[in-house]
Design a protein. Sequence first.
Length: 411
Amino acid sequence: MSFSQPDFFLPVPSGSLQISPVALAPEATIDAAVEPSPHNPIRFSLVIPTYNEGKNVQKIVQQLTQLLDSRIPGAYELIVVDDNSPDGTWKLAQAMMPEYPQLRVMRRVEERGLSTAVIRGWQAAQGEVLGVIDADLQHPPEVLLQLWNEIERGADLAVASRHVEGGGVSEWSIIRRFLSRGAQTLGLIILPEVIGRISDPMSGYFLVRRSCIVGRTLSPVGYKILIEVIGRGQVRWIAEAGYVFQERLEGESKVTWKQYIEYLQHLIKLRLSLWPIARLFRFGAVGLTGVFVDMILLYLLSDPSTLGLPLTRSKIIASEVAILNNFLWNDMWTFGDIARRQPGKRQRLKRFLKFNIVCLGGLILNVLLLNVFFNIFGINRYVANLLAIAIVTLWNFWVNLKLSWRVTDVE
Ligand code: GDD
Ligand code: MN
C-alpha cells in the first residue's frame, strides 16, 4: 500500500482515544525521536482538521509543504482529517496526494467533531512530535517553524499563543474577545492547574511530544484539545510563540454557542477526573483495614486475657503494624500505577519512610483535632474522633500522594 495511490485513504482508527508509542529503533532515545532514524524517517506529524474547507485546503497544504520542506524535508507528514465535508474537501485533498507525497488523508464518516478528528489523526500518525493547525489559514503557517524550534530545544509542548508578545487577534468583535477571555477566566477558576499553565489555553495551534500523551486516554469535549493534552498528559516544559489570529478569508467558522457549552462541560469533566476520587476511595478502604489491624493487635498485645502488655507500648506496636499494612496496600493498589514507575527496593523503602512520617504527623494532628473538637467545641468525643479521623485521612491522602508517591514519580 503506498501513499501515491490517489484512492488511498488512511484507515480511520476507532475505539478509545489513546495514542500509542511509535516503534523507534531500539537504541533511539526520546531526543533521537526528533532525529531521523532508519526505521522511521517521519519525525513530525501535523494534523489539519477540516470541515468544508474546500477553498482553503490546497493553499494550506502548499504553504505547509513549502515551509517544512525548507526545514525538515522528507521527515514530516501532513494528515488532513476530514469529516466527510459536503463541499468535498476530502476529494480535493486526496487529488493533491500524487503531487504531495507527504500528504495523507483520513475521511471520517461516522465520528465527527474537531477534537476527535485531531486525536484520530494523531493515532494514525508516525511522528514522535504531533501537531495541529487549522485549515483556514487563520493560524499563520510560518509560526510553525518557531514552534518546531522550541520542540528541538527540548520543550514538551509548543503553543502558538495570541496572548504573548507578537500575539493578537485581527478584527475580532468585542463580544468574541469578551467570550474568549471569559472562557479563560472560568477555566482559571475551575481548573487553575491546567488553564493557568499557558497564556492561551483556547489555542488550537500547537505541537506536543508524543511521549507526553502516550497511553493516556483522551476524552475531550468540543473544540479545546489543548486543555485535554495538558490536563491528562505528562507535560513538563511548555514553550509559547506569539501569533496573530488572522481573519478567515474563505468559508466560515463552525464555532457556535454549542462549543462554549461543550467547553464548560469539558472543564467540569477534567476537574472531576483530575481529582483522584477513585484513589481517595481506595485510600479510605485501605485505612479501614488499618483500623482492624490496629484493633486486633491492640487486643492481642494488651488485653489481660492475652499477652497483657502495657497499653502505650501495645498501641505503638499496633499503630506501626497498621501503618505497614496500609503502606503495602496503598503501594500495591491505591498508588500502584505510580509505584510501578518507580521500581526497586530502595525507592520502595523511601516511599515507606515518607509514608510513616506523614502518618505519624497525621497521628499528632488526630490527637490535636480530637482535643480541639472535644475540649473547646464540646463535641461528643466519638463524633469528635470520627471528624478528626476524616480530616486526617484527607491530610494523609493528599500529602502522601504529593510527597510519598508523586514526588518520587517526578524524580
Ligand atoms: N474534521 C473536523 N470536524 N474539522 C473541524 C470540525 C469538525 O467537526 N469543526 C471545525 N473543524 C476544523 C475547521 O475546518 C478548521 O480547520 C478548524 O477546525 C477550526 O475550525 P473553525 O470553525 O475555523 O474554528 P475557529 O477559527 O472559530 O477557532 C479556531 O481557532 C481558535 C484559536 O486557535 C479553533 O481551532 C479553536 O479551537 C481555537 O480556539
Ligand atoms: Mn477558523
